[in-house]
Structures are given as structure tokens and as C-alpha cells.
Write a protein that binds this ligand. Structure first.
Ligand SMILES: Cc1ncc(COP(=O)(O)O)c(C=O)c1O
Length: 359
């Protein structure tokens, strides 16, 4: 049975993206692959609204693999990180930094709370060893958009680099790496872009990537220096990539570019509004004020007395995948509705009808 994925990845893909999987097989050490790869690199830069001081690479793996590729490579001995953490995916960045033994000031603001920028500035101006500020653009566990622009300004003021996990934000929000002063960021095909999971990508300042050496990397495969050097020299990836997923990644990027990035983002924002207006009409309460919400994830509480696990199962039986809340929000009967990828306004209206029947 076709299930409508109103969950934050994997997402439903447009038919041309699915069809592109049928492409004949090619070798990753061939001119045809190199041409495909270079085209994708260019489109990734456009997705992040980058200028020509940026460079991009593709990592065959999930969003975490892109984050791990960056965070296991960019720190030298003695360097430290400042992490702004307000949810599950902030925690995930902390797990990665800890695993690679990067001394980290983990500023926990609490799930659903915006970072306190005065406190952030206070840490930045008192710690010379911090080389990178790390944060999540769209904290998917709550649906909150973090203040990347403001943090970018602070990072610049204090001469720090900025790493941003844009896994659930790219193609759903304007990332604008130049305006936001982002040095390095990540995402993956199987979220807002509407491609498949397993095709992660990284965009960053080229001077930063060029300054890295393979020896700085604490991981053999997830090594940003190796990915950069191989891409730059040979237009290839260091290891055998998921070649077949490069076609749908390319097709999804093409479709966004043909539609226009702003139009694509606005269309998703309009779908979120349909969903939110409908849920408000049903009397459901949101976790966040609407101005803090992303264009693609809505965190919402079930009415008193309903069981979230049972509700999620019932929605699944009706053909709609939604997510139970994470962390403490699960106990508070929260669930999440996402409108990433190939979901249109008609789908959203149908979703609301089904939701109404199950709350
Ligand atoms: C903000 C954010 N970062 C990282 C991840 C991890 O991505 P993956 O599950 O593809 O490794 C996710 C997954 O939803 C996410 O939303």
C-alpha cells in the first residue's frame, strides 16, 4: 500500500526522481561519472546560495555521515568546539564531537528553547581555544529554526568558524551560507530536497577545505580532506560511492533549480501553513510559536487522553506516516508532522481529513 510520508525523512520523491534510478550502470572512475559529479557539486552550491569561495563534496551515507566527515577532520590537537544544543540533533553533534575527543563546551538551552546569545557571546569572548561554533539550522526534534544569522555574526566578531548541520533545512529554508557567515554545512538528499536517503553532501569555504590534510582526519572513510582532494584533483570520490543514487540526487537538484529555489521553499511553507491552519481549527496545540517553526516540521500535541503510540499506529494503518515526539515530548503526547519532499497542497488537505478522523 502506498503510504504518505508526513515524516521528516525519508520522503516521497517526484516521479522523475524515481525514474532516474533506472539509469544504466556506470563506473565511478569514468568521465561520465565525473561529469555527473561536477554538475551535482555546482547545484549543491546553488542550493546553499554559495558564491565561488565555496566548494562542495558528496558523501555516500546518511546525514550523520556528512556531519561526522566534517567534525572528525576540522579540529587539530588543542582546538576546542562550542556547541549550541537545543534538541536531539544537537545531542547527536555532541556525541560525534565526544567520540572524536574534541573538547567541547556543550551549551544546553533545553529542547524547544532558543539559544541565549548573550551567554554564547560570553563563552566566545572568554575562550581562545574554541575554533568552531557548531549548531543545527533546523532542530528537527522540535521543528525550531535556530538563529544562525546572529550566531554567524558572533562567530565572525570573535574570529571563529561556524559549522551548521543543515540536514533537515537545505531546500526547506534559505541557508545562504554567505549572508549567514557559515564556513561548513551539511545535508542529505532524503529530506527537503526530495531525493533518496544515503546521499549526503557538504558545502564549505574552499580555503578551509584546502587547508585540511588527510592526517587531520580521525576517520578513514569520513575524511573531509580526502573527499576534497579527490574531488578537486579527479572529480571523483575517494571510495566507491553509491553511484546509482547520484542520478536521483542530480535530478532532484535539477527539479528544485528549474522550479526556482525560492518558489520551492515558498511552496513548502504554504503546505506547512495549510497543515497548521487545519490543526489549529481542530483545536490542537503546537509546541512552538509559529514564528519559530521551520517550513517543514510541525510539533503538535494530541488531545488529552489519546495515546500517541496508538495514534501513530492508526495513522499508519490509514496510510499516513507521522512521527511520535522524541524525548520528554513523547510522554507529553506530542507527534510530528513533516511536509518535506513530494507533498503538495492536495495531499495536505487529505492528510487533515484523515487526522481529524483519528484524534
Ligand atoms: C537536523 C538533523 N541532523 C542530523 C540528522 C541525522 O540524519 P541521518 O538520520 O540521515 O543520519 C537528522 C535526521 O533526521 C536531522 O534531522
Amino acid at each position: 500500500m502506498k503510504t504518505y510520508l508526513f515524516s521528516p525523512g525519508p520522503v516521497m520523491v517526484e516521479e522523475p526522481v524515481r525514474q532516474s534510478l533506472m539509469h544504466y550502470d556506470i563506473c565511478h572512475r569514468s568521465p561520465e561519472f565525473e561529469e555527473l559529479f561536477v554538475g551535482i557539486q555546482d547545484k549543491i552550491l546553488r542550493l546553499f546560495e554559495a558564491d565561488d569561495s565555496y566548494y562542495s563534496v558528496v558523501v555516500s551515507g546518511s546525514g550523520t555521515s556528512a556531519n561526522e566527515t566534517c567534525l572528525s577532520t576540522v579540529f587539530k590537537d588543542g582546538d576546542e568546539a562550542l556547541l549550541l544544543n537545543n534538541g536531539e540533533f544537537g545531542n547527536r553533534l555532541f556525541e560525534i564531537l565526544s567520540k572524536y575527543h574534541v573538547p567541547t563546551t556543550n551549551m544546553e538551552f533545553g529542547w524547544g528553547n532558543l539559544p541565549n546569545l548573550d551567554e554564547v557571546e560570553n563563552v566566545l569572548c572568554n575562550n581562545d581555544k574554541i575554533t568552531f561554533v557548531c549548531m543545527v539550522f533546523h532542530e528537527t526534534s522540535t521543528g525550531m529554526i535556530n538563529p544562525v544569522y546572529e550566531v554567524g555574526k558572533l562567530a565572525k566578531k570573535y574570529g571563529k568558524r561556524l559549522f551548521v548541520d543543515c540536514v533537515s533545512a537545505a531546500a526547506g529554508e534559505h541557508i545562504d551560507v554567505v549572508k549567514n557567515n557559515i564556513d561548513l554545512c551539511t545535508s542529505v538528499g532524503g529530506k527537503c530536497l526530495g531525493a533518496y536517503p544515503g546521499s549526503a553532501y557538504i558545502c564549505g569555504k574552499e580555503e578551509l577545505m584546502a587547508s585540511l590534510t588527510p592526517e587531520m582526519g580521525k576517520n578513514v572513510y569520513l575524511n573531509l580532506a580526502k573527499h576534497y582532494q579527490m574531488a578537486k584533483k579527479n572529480h571523483q570520490t575517494p571510495n566507491t560511492p553509491n553511484v546509482n543514487l547520484f542520478w536521483p540526487l542530480d535530478k532532484a537538484l535539477d527539479m528544485v533549480m528549474e522550479e526556482g529555489l525560492s518558489h520551492y521553499i515558498d511552496r513548502h511553507a504554504a503546505c506547512a501553513k495549510i497543515l497548521r491552519d487545519g490543526m489549529k481549527e481542530m483545536g490542537l496545540k503546537f509546541l512552538l510559536p509559529e514564528e519559530q517553526m521551520s517550513n517543514t516540521v510541525t510539533s503538535v500535541f494530541l488531545p488529552e487522553g489519546k495515546n500517541v503510540a496508538q495514534f501513530v499506529a492508526e495513522m499508519g494503518d490509514a496510510g499516513y506516516t507521522v512521527y511520535p515526539g522524541k524525548g520528554k515530548y513523547l510522554e507529553m503526547n506530542m507527534f510530528q508532522v513533516a511536509n518535506m519532499g513530494a507533498i503538495d497542497s492536495k495531499d495536505c488537505k487529505k492528510f487533515l481529513e484523515v487526522l481529524k478522523a483519528h484524534i
